[in-house]
Design a protein around this ligand. Structure first.
Ligand SMILES: CC(C)(COP(=O)(O)OP(=O)(O)OC[C@H]1O[C@@H](n2cnc3c(N)ncnc32)[C@H](O)[C@@H]1OP(=O)(O)O)[C@@H](O)C(=O)NCCC(=O)NCCS
Length: 145
């Protein structure tokens, strides 16, 4: 499944909130025992910085969110969220391959963190990420060129 990326804008906010809720609610409930819609919506709104975000586009359809932070020291995958109909079809793997190629080219580590309950960890491990630290809720993972 080929994809492109476009810059997010303020107009994407409602769709991105719906996407975040749809993709993360279960993982949050499994981790903290609850999902409070009002509290989560407020947190989303407070942290929403569209200039830092990209929309993953497949065949002209918005398929997901990609948030990558680049510093001179590393590349941090802050978030990748695919809508349900685009999951499990290799798209996440393809996007991670692009980021791994960039990390390899730039000779920089690629970092991310994942909730312990999230099966996405299997994907990251398959791609060569290793756990470098953990909190009660998250694993920190890193791929080093
Ligand atoms: C995680 C995610 C980006 C992976 O992209 P994808 O295109 O679905 O993944 P691929 O088809 O390339 O590879 C399949 C792997 O993705 C992961 N995955 C699939 N569906 C998932 C889901 N609903 N939630 C979390 N991870 C999922 C699994 O590790 C799966 O491997 P497995 O079959 O061995 O369990 C995507 O499933 C997603 O957006 N999930 C919901 C949001 C999320 O959890 N994001 C990651 C936050 S760290």
């Amino acid at each position: 499944m080929s994809h492109t990326l476009r810059a997010a804008t303020a107009a994407d906010r409602d769709w991105l909130w719906t996407l975040s809720r749809a993709t993360m609610k279960t993982h949050v409930e499994q981790t903290w025992g609850r999902w409070d819609d009002v509290e989560q919506a407020e947190r989303f709104q407070k942290n929403f910085q569209p200039q830092r975000l990209q929309i993953i586009v497949v065949n002209g359809h918005d398929a997901g969110l990609l948030h990558v932070e680049r510093t001179p020291a590393d590349i941090f995958l802050a978030s990748i969220l695919l809508a349900a109909e685009f999951q499990n079809r290799g798209l996440g793997t393809a996007i991670l391959h692009s980021l791994l190629a960039e990390a390899h080219r730039e000779k920089l580590p690629l970092r991310l963190q994942v909730l312990k309950v999230n099966p996405a960890r299997r994907l990251y491990e398959r791609l060569g990420f290793t756990v470098t630290a953990e909190t009660p809720t998250h694993y920190q993972m890193r791929w080093t060129p």
